[in-house]
Design a binder for this molecule. Sequence first.
Ligand SMILES: C[S@@+](CC[C@H](N)C(=O)[O-])C[C@H]1O[C@@H](n2cnc3c(N)ncnc32)[C@H](O)[C@@H]1O
Length: 216
Amino acid sequence: MNQPTFDRLMDCPPRLHFWGNEWRVGGLGPPQLRLVERAVKGLGDRIEVIETGAGLSTLVFLALGARVLSFLTKPDLQERIGKAIDEYGLPAREWRYVLGQSEFTFPKYLDENPEAVCDLVLIDGGHLIHTVFTDFTYGFASLRQGGLMLLDDLQASSVAVLYRMLKASRFVEEIDVAGKTVAFRKKVKARLPGSWVETDLNDLPLDDIAQKSNAH
Ligand SMILES: C[S@@+](CC[C@H](N)C(=O)[O-])C[C@H]1O[C@@H](n2cnc3c(N)ncnc32)[C@H](O)[C@@H]1O
């Protein structure tokens, strides 16, 4: 763990993303980064992370001493992350990435690496419903029992649907939340979630979800 670099990333994060005619840090602010820090520290040393959607999260995981596999779409973003890794003195050898849309590359990766297992999955990529649910399915499959799944962007309707389903599942338990980001622990060994929703989704607390959807 490189605490000074983690603190530097908190205080002065690089603007790795470009949208709406502006360079941006991305969606993870200090409360979300603190959640990531708690999650990683709670899992122990030298953990394996898989993320869909790379950027500041990649640097933060590396600063926290994790080994990271990122699924990302943009070669230019991959180059900026590579430069930032050097600038912040992070270990480049601990970062692996796969370019392409995660809904296609993640299943292919697991098919080719059926033994792949990780301690933490961050789902923070595309928001199309098929992307979110594919990221979840393959993220869940690669996550060890007791590992953590972090979902960012609960304000997106696709992520909110997944969040409602996870809240109804006996296979995971919610352990932490920071605004629009939530952490679940995987309670089971199973690689696929199977038939896991036991509650009628309509019975779930919508107010709670609406509140998080408005959080930033
Ligand atoms: C809000 S950003 C967050 C990224 C990162 N976790 C961070 O902390 O900066 C979401 C990223 O997901 C990427 N993305 C969108 N659709 C994707 C897909 N289908 N597969 C992988 N990444 C995708 C976007 O290009 C964008 O860089």
